[in-house]
Ligand binder design. Structure first.
Ligand code: AMP
Length: 250
């Protein structure tokens, strides 16, 4: 694997003539703000890298009615995991596209140890750098209280939050005056189940990366603070990425 810099340590001299690639794995439970942080990371990086969400790819396949979509629809609807073989094939195809040559960010993958090992092999075969893991960690109770305060317009789908984004008229949508409801999957017992499943799936995968370039970020703070912590960790990698893998300066 290509040698890469250690966060907090001077990176100069660690890289030579290797092509640098930046592979970011973003982990975070539902409601952790992972989507927002992911978008901010991509905007911050220069040159930019594509953000790849396996969940989004699958949803697009379902919407397009492809054989893959038909095959995976019922698994996704039941909240289960799509088999490693299918998901690994999707990822292998996507990361072989030209826009991934200098790196990419993965959201929602890997979700099993088998997927993590597959990714290791793919990166090694491509001569790409070891992944950099950002783990947004938010206590379950904080997530639950955030999510149960969400309200959605029954008619237009607009989202509100009775703590942080209140509608102007209680129970009514600001956009279309529709009735605000609690989404089925935002109910406390459903959230607890989703969080339990997330923990059970994710812990062994995270453990696979503990000895690598791994950063645990407490996610129960403001988005600005979280982004600051993420960029602090990513900075040496981003500098190497921007320099195209060449050492510059002394
Ligand atoms: P997400 O939007 O990441 O929560 O993914 C939505 C659904 O797609 C999941 O509940 C799984 O059914 C499926 N899925 C997405 N990524 C993976 C993965 N890496 N492994 C297995 N199933 C996945």
């Amino acid at each position: 694997m290509v040698p890469i810099p250690t966060p907090g340590l001077p990176y100069v001299g660690l890289l030579t003539d290797h092509e640098w690639s930046l592979v970011i794995l973003l982990f975070g439970p539902p409601g952790s703000g992972k989507g927002t942080q992911g978008r901010m990371i991509i905007e911050w990086l220069q040159p930019q890298i594509p953000s790849i969400s396996t969940g989004e790819i699958l949803r697009a396949e379902i919407a397009a009615g492809t054989p893959l979509g038909l095959e995976t629809k019922s698994i996704i609807a039941s909240g289960g995991l799509v088999g490693d073989e299918i998901i690994n094939r999707i990822v292998r195809h996507r990361i072989s596209q030209p826009d991934c040559a200098r790196g990419f960010m993965l959201d929602g993958y890997p979700r099993t140890l088998g997927q993590a090992e597959f990714l290791d092999e793919e990166l090694a075969a491509k001569g790409m750098s070891e992944p950099v893991v950002v783990h947004l960690d938010v206590p379950a109770e904080v997530l639950i209280s955030r999510i149960i305060c969400r309200r959605q317009c029954r008619d237009c789908g607009a989202m509100f939050n009775i703590l942080s984004r209140r509608p102007h008229i209680r129970g009514r949508c600001d956009e279309c005056s529709g009735i605000l409801i609690v989404r089925y999957d935002d109910r406390e017992e459903v959230i607890r189940e989703r969080l339990r499943a997330y923990e059970a799936q994710t812990q062994p995968v995270l453990a696979h990366y503990y000895n690598g370039f791994y950063c645990h970020i407490p996610g129960d703070r403001s988005p600005v603070y979280i982004f600051e912590a993420i960029t602090h960790f990513l900075e040496p990698f981003a500098i190497a990425h921007a320099g195209g893998g060449k050492v510059s300066g002394s």
